[in-house]
Design a protein around this ligand. Structure first.
Ligand code: CA
Length: 232
């Protein structure tokens, strides 16, 4: 069952959309303010329906808030139908835009289209996420808790290799082969250890995700809790 966060302050719309999509097999989490939406926002959501005019602020603020953490599809619902708002919404990372009033079957069809597109979109598949660590293969960027972190090319390739193989123990030889490739003959014994140490430093409180497997290599541990002590 797909989970949808519905951010909407107009009770009649909230009620109608909730009932209609509920009957269509979606689980709806309603929120009628921005602060409620932030509280309800979590990893298990599949899509967000977002009204842009909310009592405690502008839906664009929530759009930015979500985009710093996740690539989850967002459809904006709004009476604002000026081109400027549509462009701003799409440029801020909304996947689609529906202006009020709308027909419920049309809304459902748009939701299904967006969910289908997301599944196939290679750009979105190129984003790897593990808790607060997000890696964008296309943009060659890494974000830790939403903040961009500067990685060297080798550090980036290392992290990418780990995140593509969660839970799998990777031998030192395999890692050197993949990351250093043709240069691997000139890699010193401690080159990998030094790169791992630097990468751990940059991962900050997520440093424990890279586990040393003594005598063998390293493993990316998804379930590893962030290290709160070393937060700063
Ligand atoms: Ca509204």
């Amino acid at each position: 069952m797909k989970n949808i966060l519905l951010v909407e302050d107009e009770e009649n719309i909230l009620f109608a959309v909730k009932r209609y999509l509920g009957n269509a097999g979606y689980r709806i989490f309603p929120a009628s303010t921005l602060s409620e939406a932030k509280t309800c926002f979590q990893d298990n959501l599949d899509l967000i329906l977002l009204d842009l005019n909310l009592p405690d602020g502008d839906g664009f603020a929530f759009l930015d808030f979500v985009r710093k953490k996740s690539s989850i599809p967002i459809i904006c619902l709004t009476v604002r139908d000026s081109d400027r708002d549509v462009i701003r919404g799409l440029e801020s990372g909304a996947d689609d835009y529906i202006t009020k009033p709308f027909k419920l079957p049309v809304l459902k069809a748009r939701i299904e289209t967006v969910l289908r597109r997301v599944k196939k979109d290679p750009k979105l598949e190129s984003i790897l996420e593990s808790g607060g660590v997000m890696l964008d293969k296309n943009l060659k960027k890494v974000f830790i808790d939403g903040r961009e972190e500067d990685l060297s090319l080798k550090e980036f390739q290392l992290l990418c290799l780990f995140m593509e193989n969660p839970g799998r123990t990777l031998t030192r030889d395999l890692i050197i082969d993949i990351v250093w490739g043709l240069d691997s003959d000139s890699v010193y014994d401690n080159t990998l250890s030094v790169s791992i140490r630097r990468l751990r430093q940059k991962l900050g409180r997520y440093r424990n995700r890279i586990r040393t497997v003594r005598g063998i290599g390293y493993r990316w541990n998804e379930g590893e809790m962030p290290d709160e002590e070393s937060h700063c």
